[in-house]
Ligand binder design. Structure first.
Ligand code: FES
Length: 332
């Protein structure tokens, strides 16, 4: 365990003989099942280790009490934790097929999926380049400072800090990131080439600001966003992928997702549509997202999660993807 900032900690996990199950890909996350104050809690955290090292997560304390404080003050070296294997498809694997300039936008602990992407990109191809724009309220909140300094020793990695308290003294790097600042940063640090791709990670308002700024440029970059477990891919990625109309009945109330992308799990599709679906672990453990199929079919998301058996005719929405033209589901 290592303290990263006054309010965040880095945990290294040792899965022992289960190590092959925990070989995550860039941008993936693991789910912890913890007992906090007598309550069973599930929380999902991004892996931040390099691919040849033991799994690591970084947890920032976001409030008094609760799981993030538990990680920051009640977990000790040698504790045994329940953790499900990595999952997630934030990083499009075909990015590795050619040299790219990855442009990363992170706010606060939103750095966690992006640090693994930066490490991977620099390692997997000697012709990749990474530029990180990292926004924090002040310099003390910068997570992974040492790692970022180490990466910055390479001419292929550049980090640009944006600090809310104005400590840098320059306009573009001071205060909140706005759409017009994003546009200016992109005009200075990118060239509008087809091999440029952006990843955005932080609170919903931050990702919307950056997406808005990208949209103001003459040649908007393709991008993926990561915001509170809600992931999406920009620049028409869904338009070329098949979709399903999903009718969801939760406690008797019907909601429709007209175009649920077939590459997302049903839970991710509901997230994206703004539908609050019952769910805790997002990893096939708690069964809170169990639904009965009343019409249509699904396919398995093949997430390698330790799923318990579900009753016949039922599925777990965090483990299945929609299939066919129409799917109807019922949840309690
Ligand atoms: S959310 Fe826990 S099993 Fe799906």
């Amino acid at each position: 365990m290592k303290r990263l900032t006054p309010s965040s900690v880095l945990l290294t996990l040792d899965p022992g003989e289960l190590a092959p199950l925990f070989e995550g890909r860039p941008g993936q996350s693991v789910t912890f099942c913890l007992n906090v104050d007598g309550q069973e809690c599930y929380r999902n955290y991004n892996l931040v280790n390099t691919e040849d090292a033991l799994p690591q997560v970084a947890v920032k304390q976001v409030q008094e009490g609760g799981v993030s404080q538990h990680f920051n003050s009640a977990i000790h070296v040698g504790d045994v934790l329940n953790v499900a294997p990595p999952e997630g498809d934030f990083y499009p694997e075909d990015l590795d097929d050619a040299a790219h300039h990855l442009v990363l936008f992170a706010a606060g602990s939103g750095i966690t999926p992006l640090i693994s992407i930066a490490q991977h990109a620099l390692r997997v191809r000697p012709d990749n380049k990474v530029t990180l724009f990292y926004s924090n309220s002040d310099a003390r909140q910068i997570m992974f400072r040492e790692r970022l300094d180490r990466l910055a020793a390479s001419s292929r990695f550049e980090v640009f800090h944006v600090l809310g308290d104005g400590a840098t003294g320059e306009d573009l790097s001071t205060g909140r990131l706005t759409g017009s600042k994003v546009k200016k940063l992109l005009s200075q640090y990118t060239q509008g080439l087809p091999n440029e791709y952006a990843f955005i990670s932080g609170p919903m308002g931050f990702t919307e600001t950056v997406v808005n700024g990208i949209g103001k440029t003459a040649n908007p970059l393709p991008y993926s966003t990561f915001s509170f477990q809600r992931q999406r891919h920009g620049q028409g990625a869904d338009k070329i992928r098949p979709t399903t109309e999903v009718i969801l009945s939760v406690g008797g109330l019907k909601r429709t997702i007209p175009n649920a992308p077939q590459h997302l799990t049903l839970l991710e599709a509901a997230d994206r549509a703004g539908i609050d679906m019952p769910a805790d672990c997002r990893s096939g453990i708690c069964h809170r997202c169990k639904a009965r199929i009343t019409a249509g079919r699904t396919t398995s998301a093949e997430l390698d999660s330790p799923t318990k058996a579900v009753p016949k005719g039922h599925i777990l929405c965090c483990q299945q993807r929609p299939s066919g033209d129409r799917l109807e589901l019922e949840m309690d």
